[in-house]
Design a protein around this ligand. Structure first.
Ligand SMILES: Nc1nc2c(ncn2[C@@H]2O[C@H](COP(=O)(O)OP(=O)(O)OP(=O)(O)O)[C@@H](O)[C@H]2O)c(=O)[nH]1
Ligand SMILES: [Mg+2]
Length: 331
């Protein structure tokens, strides 16, 4: 029923603005499904986004990200802020990981409408964030949630991708897992705005924190030197310091103008992603521009891939195979 699509989107958007959490839940499901209805919905809500502080929490499996996220959420609730949580590819409760939101629900009761938790599967999107993650974050933002926390397992690419969504990225480490801290890729140092050495109740936390400090100092003078904080997330120890550091980072972003830079960069990368996907659909997947024939020729080594691409694009710019010869040269 294509005719109902716009109405569904605007109804969901209206519910979402009114604080209806069921509407938000349904809107997120729609965004995950993708397609035209999802685009309609984002179109309805986009102008109402941009208020939330988006916080990324990333780190190796089992370092205590979910436990920390729960505690952060409690801390924000204590401060009177509403919180949205997006867990990308949450670990299975059967692998011994904490079930995200368990503690929050125990602490606040399941019915607190000011905490909204949602898990997303990454759908095989190359080790990284689910394609709909940023749309889900926007929906929570539009729904008035003041802080949106995105938890993602650090697996190389996803660490970098979390930055594309978050204003402030918290990198979580734990002693033991990160004993050989030199082995940590430089990448993790670059993406962290706040570093948390969790499981500080265990041996080795001091050393991990010290080594991190040294490595961060090697980075030289910077306008924002990421703090390193020791935390026992399971007990809630040091969590207030983490929210304070995240708050200070937001303050720094705003006062330095970097908040707007981030928004601009994010806008560019999103539009680019959508354009890339659409052009690929229109030009390559549509197979209207001699694609099949050219691919076959590349496979047979009759033509190289770059020349094949040139030919496909030439046909596309000329308006397709039917018009290819009719219009002559452009310009
Ligand atoms: N000793 C100790 N254990 C902790 C602490 N915080 C979390 N844990 C335990 O570490 C294990 C993993 O915690 P999670 O919060 O599930 O870790 P995670 O990083 O979200 O794990 P994945 O999502 O699977 O990557 C659980 O058994 C927690 O109880 C802590 O401060 N100290
Ligand atoms: Mg987790």
């Amino acid at each position: 029923m294509p005719a109902s699509v716009p109405r569904e989107a605007s109804q969901l958007a209206a519910g979402l603005f009114a604080g209806d959490r069921r509407a938000l839940a349904r809107a997120i499901t729609l965004a995950e499904t993708g397609g035209r209805a999802a685009r309609e919905l984002i179109g309805e809500i986009f102008a109402h986004t941009g208020r939330a502080h988006v916080i990324g929490v990333t780190g190796a499996p089992g370092v205590g990200k979910s436990t920390l996220v729960d505690r952060l959420a409690m801390e924000y609730r204590r401060a009177g802020k509403s919180v949205g949580i997006v867990a990308v590819d949450p670990s299975s409760p059967f692998t011994g990981g904490a079930v995200l939101g368990d503690r929050i629900r125990m602490y606040l009761g399941a019915s607190d409408p000011e905490v909204f938790i949602r898990s997303l599967a990454s759908r095989g999107h190359l080790g990284g964030l689910s394609v709909a993650t940023d749309d889900v974050v926007r929906l929570m933002d539009a729904a008035g949630l003041e802080v949106v926390i995105v938890e993602t397992v650090g697996a190389g690419q996803s660490e970098v991708e979390v930055m594309e969504v978050a204003h402030s990225t918290t990198v979580v480490l734990a002693p033991g897992l990160g004993d050989d801290i030199q082995a940590i890729k430089a990448g993790i140092l670059e993406i962290g705005d706040v570093f948390v050495v969790n499981k500080a109740d265990r041996d080795g936390a001091d050393r991990t924190a010290m080594e991190l400090e040294v490595m961060l100092d090697l980075g030289g003078e910077r306008p924002w030197r990421p703090p390193v904080l020791k935390v026992v997330a399971r007990e809630g120890q040091g969590v207030a310091e983490v929210t304070a550091a995240i708050g200070a980072h937001a303050e720094y972003l705003r006062s330095s103008g970097r908040w707007s830079d981030l928004e601009r960069r994010r806008a560019a990368s999103k539009v680019r992603e959508v354009v890339t996907a659409r052009v690929s659909l229109e030009v390559f997947e549509s197979r209207r521009f001699g694609t099949d024939r050219l691919v076959e020729q590349v496979a047979n080594r009759e033509i190289d891939p770059y020349s094949a691409a040139d030919e496909i694009l030439r046909a596309y710019r000329a308006g397709g195979p039917d018009h290819q010869r009719a219009g002559g040269e452009e310009g």
